[in-house]
Design a protein around this ligand. Structure first.
Ligand code: ADP
Ligand code: MG
Length: 730
């Protein structure tokens, strides 16, 4: 065997690995939580009292910050950063290609004649012009203005990474169009605040602000670095395009909540330490269902911060993994046949008076408020299921949705037995005319909603959108996604629904209907209208697909068509009215996502063909030649007739290998043809559909024959780390 066999090298590397030692700065996490964040404590210390107060007020009200204050804040930030050894600063933003971007500049500025200063003023804090030509803009920049700029988001605190002061920013074109995830997210948070605060006024006039909260749960796979380098598909596409399923898969499910391997634990402790320093409140870590799959989750936070923290953490995890000779796979489906990775988005609404609006309370009045928000959320998912589906659509997530313990592409809501019964009762009992006694009865029932719902602890894990006692959990979000995308949509559709709710309640009030009755009647109408989206059964089952069809719920398994929702008239109106995305911005997003899809499949298809030619076929031919030599040798020794029996197995193998070689070769050629044909299509949507329908199926077919060859060819000659090695070696 050649000395260059990366698989053999990887196996020997992995066998020899030991856990890296990790030394957290203290055994008490609270000792170093947020030490690298320009947080409230740091602001108090490094800003004048006046500047601190003005900044706090501006952050809380969302009002803009003038240049003088910006100068003061910049100066305080610089002092703070310098006191911790920082030499550079950067604007940090989240462009639409799914990663985060930064460009570092030094504080240091030479003045000539040997003089220099360290400079960082309000202008540098507030606005930068990154060289953004390489970030996707969906034609916005080309058509209107060549450059984009990043602008400080004071709502998310600056932080320090490796001697650089990092400033969270939005990223917009010169004509003001959003080129990132954060801009529409902030707009949707504002829209939701307005709509939800208005509804809160029916119940509590003290509520001035409502903020969405987000607690994400991040799933991921780990792979040893040497395996990673030996798998061009995982390197380029993040997932294994080849590989026969291991004899032992996840059937035993002994990995789930089992003990975490030592090397992995060291990695976890290391990235958690860095995360804690950055103020990311990580709380839980555990094994997931598949081998070498894990999860971590923080305490939930105000949404803007939670989204930034997720992006930041993914980055920290990737960097830390390298130190431990590993790679993190955030891909939604790195391995066919085993569990995929999701990022559950736990979502709720918090008032500035400290109330979680999705938590059942103790009195009828508070619980009507709970019901209002609860039912409006369900109604929003029902009315806008298509946009919600589009918000989680990606080439990666297509492999996950509806396969191996992942929710299907049909949007439905699970609420548990108790609340199902309650909503059914409300539907029956709320009437236009009610006797005082039946009204009292009804309110008593509403007052008795338990704060902890037992049936929700045994959650229906098959639902894409589940109520889990005091929050909704959007489970269809993919592990590599920026939460900002789906959360922007969820905020927007709930805001629109709440606005409509308020108009309907107000209409009844103006007809002289009493407040409680107006609320309850409007809630009832929503319960009735949104009923088809509620599903308590097994969403993995085939029967649900048929039932969903009867209920007229959409089931769009592929991304290119799921994305059609972005250019739907109703969507365009919704996002304009809520002030979240202009028609032009929506169109740009649609275009970018179609393009991202096409690129993904294009890369997979190229890597697949290359690997078939450079890895799979040579190994198969090599082994086949050995067999041929063996047959010839036996014939020489035994004579043709005598050898016929002795060589029967080898000859059979030679034939089977030939067949699969021929299939891999001809399918690869046909795939390249399909790609060429797709590339000539100029319309972005049509091109993405061609990639989906005409190119993608070849990946599966080539995989099938390559996997057959993997089983036939001598293990020693196989160049690619096998699935059992990727999954079970640690
Ligand atoms: P589990 O039993 O799955 O641990 P938890 O209720 O502890 O359930 O929460 C799971 C996730 O939900 C955590 O990431 C947590 O931060 C988040 N979460 C809890 N409450 C809220 C809330 N009010 N808003 C948003 N996320 C929340
Ligand atoms: Mg969960």
């Amino acid at each position: 065997m050649s000395t260059l066999n990366l698989r053999a090298k990887a196996l020997s590397d992995v066998m020899g690995r030991l856990p890296k030692e990790v030394h957290p700065p203290s055994s008490r996490i609270s000792d170093y939580f947020g030490v690298n964040v320009f947080n409230d404590g740091a602001m108090r210390m490094f800003l004048t009292v006046d500047a601190y107060r003005a900044l706090r007020a501006a952050i809380d009200s969302g009002e803009s910050i003038d240049r003088r204050l910006a100068d003061q804040v910049a100066s305080g930030m610089k002092e703070w950063a310098a006191s911790k050894g920082a030499t550079h600063y950067t604007h940090w933003f989240q462009p639409l290609n799914g990663s985060s971007a930064e460009k570092h500049d030094a504080f240091f500025e030479p003045l000539g004649e040997g003089h220099s200063i360290e400079r960082f003023d309000g202008g540098m804090l507030v606005q930068q012009e990154p060289d953004a030509s390489s970030f996707p803009s969906g034609g916005i920049r080309n058509t209107f203005e060549a450059r984009g700029y990043s602008a400080w988001d004071p709502g998310s605190p600056a932080f320090l990474i490796h001697g650089t002061l990092v400033i969270p920013t939005i990223f917009i074109s010169y004509t003001g169009e959003a080129l990132d995830f954060k801009t529409p997210l902030l707009r949707s948070i504002r829209a939701l605040d307005e709509a939800a605060t208005a509804v809160c006024q029916y119940f509590d006039r003290n509520v001035r602000k409502v903020t969405p909260t987000l607690g994400w749960e991040q799933e991921y796979f780990l792979i040893d670095e040497s395996f990673y380098y030996a798998r061009p598909d995982i390197m380029a596409a993040g997932r294994a395009l080849f590989g026969h399923g291991p004899a032992r898969g996840q059937q035993l499910e002994d990995h789930y909540f089992g003990s975490i391997p030592d090397r992995t634990q060291a990695f976890m402790r290391d990235f958690e330490t860095e995360a804690i320093r950055l103020g990311i409140p990580l709380k839980t870590r555990h094994n997931e269902v598949a081998p070498n799959q894990f999860e971590c989750a923080p305490m939930f936070e105000e949404m803007n911060l939670a989204v930034d923290h997720n992006m930041l953490l993914m980055d920290v995890m990737e960097k830390t993994a390298r130190k431990h000779d590993m790679r993190v796979l955030f891909h939604e489906k790195p391995y066919v046949g085993v569990n995929g990775s999701g990022k559950h988005n736990n979502w709720s609404l918090a008032t500035d008076t400290g109330v979680n609006l999705l938590r059942p309370a103790r009195t009828p009045k508070e619980n009507i408020q709970f019901l209002a928000f609860f039912v409006n959320t369900i109604a929003a998912v029902h009315a806008h299921a298509d946009v919600l589906r589009a918000s989680i659509a990606s080439a990666n997530n297509d492999h996950r949705l509806g396969a191996n313990e992942a929710p299907p592409a049909i949007m439905s809501v699970f609420i548990g037995d108790y609340l199902t019964r309650l909503l059914d009762d409300l539907e029956r009992n709320i009437k236009a005319r009610m006797s005082p006694a039946s009204k009292t009865e009804l309110k008593l029932d509403i007052g008795r909603i338990p704060r902890v719902m037992l049936d929700n602890t045994d959650r229906n894990r098959t639902s894409p959108f589940a109520f889990t006692g005091n929050k909704f959990e959007f489970r269809a979000v993919g592990s590599s996604a920026n939460c900002g995308g789906p959360m922007t949509v969820l905020n927007t559709i709930v805001a629109a629904q709440l606005k409509e709710f308020k108009q309907e309640v107000d209409a009844l009030l103006s007809q002289g209907v009493k407040k409680d009755e107006a609320l309850l009647r409007t809630i009832r109408a929503l319960i009735v209208r949104s009923k088809p989206v509620r599903f308590e059964g097994n969403a993995y089952g085939e029967e649900w697909k048929q039932e969903a069809e009867r209920r007229k719920l959409a089931n769009i398994p592929d991304t290119p068509k799921a994305l059609d929702a972005w250019s739907d008239k109703a969507t365009i109106r919704l996002f304009s009215e809520m002030g979240v995305l202009s028609p032009k911005e929506l169109e740009a997003r649609h275009e970018i996502e179609l393009h991202n899809y096409t690129l993904k499949i294009q890369i997979e298809s190229r890597v697949c063909a290359d690997m078939a030619t450079n890895h799979v076929l040579p190994a198969a031919v090599h082994y086949q030649n050995r067999l041929i030599d063996n047959v010839k040798g036996l014939q020489d020794v035994l004579g043709r007739e005598e050898a016929a029996k002795a060589t029967a197995t080898q000859v059979d193998l030679i034939k089977r290998i030939s067949q699969h070689i021929e299939e891999v070769r001809s399918l690869s050629i046909a795939m390249i043809q399909a790609r060429k044909a797709a590339n000539t299509i100029t319309d972005g949507r049509e091109r993405a559909i061609a990639y989906c329908d005409k190119v993608k199926p070849f990946l599966e077919r080539i995989r099938y024959h390559a996997n057959k060859l993997e089983v036939l060819v001598d293990d020693e000659l196989w160049p690619l780390p096998k699935m059992r090695e990727l999954l079970f070696t640690r």
